[in-house]
Design a protein around this ligand. Sequence first.
Ligand SMILES: [Zn+2]
Length: 126
Amino acid sequence: MPSSSEQTRKTSMAIWRGLKCRCPQCGQGWLFHHYLEQVEHCAVCGEPLAYYRVGLILPLLVITVLGHVIGLVMLEMELRGAGSPLVYLYVLVPLAIIVPLAILPSCKGAIIGLLWAHGWSDEQDR
Ligand SMILES: [Zn+2]
């Protein structure tokens, strides 16, 4: 039986705070030590965050977003007549490297926010 505080957690707010790489509860503390290293507890409110593990959902989400971005760019380039192999090499290869690196922390934060909002942690496994 979830407690009343768990019931009032707003999923969209938690995901939004996670997208900003912030604590899903208070929205002020950082979710990550470094690039993708998750903190044990929020430095501001003390919420335990270490048990929310994203697993294989993160690469699935990043690949899905990246596939749509690359696909739209390729379609746009073909429609404009700029679809040569060299342009693909100079535009799409850097894009395929930069976009995932840029969106990884936000995607991981959003997934942590979703897990936190629903209480889906692996704390019971320990
Ligand atoms: Zn917090």
